[in-house]
Write a protein that binds this ligand. Structure first.
Ligand SMILES: [Cu+2]
Length: 86
């Protein structure tokens, strides 16, 4: 017997979108990292310098001022997070 459509949760395997950036400040106490980033296409944000929070506290231990890399930034309920670094 048909019981209607089965709705699946909108969980998808999201591929990280990498954005180049440079760490300009790390505030371990407040858990904030300032990054000068290039355009973030997944967030439709132009290049700028701004403050992010980290998805995991241990990221604060590895991030250094002057460090350049590629970052996966996400908007989590209005809070800009560094989700992954490579
Ligand atoms: Cu920005």
């Amino acid at each position: 017997m048909l019981t209607g459509t089965v709705t699946t949760s909108p969980v998808m395997a999201v591929e990280p979108v990498w954005t180049k950036g440079e760490v300009t400040k790390v505030d371990k106490e407040l858990g904030k990292v300032t990054i000068r980033h290039e355009e973030i296409t997944n967030l439709e944000m132009p290049s700028m310098r701004m403050i992010f929070r980290v998805a995991k506290p241990e990221m604060l231990e590895t991030l250094k001022v002057g460090q350049k890399g590629e970052f996966y930034f996400v908007d989590e309920n209005g809070r800009m997070l560094i989700k992954q670094i490579r």
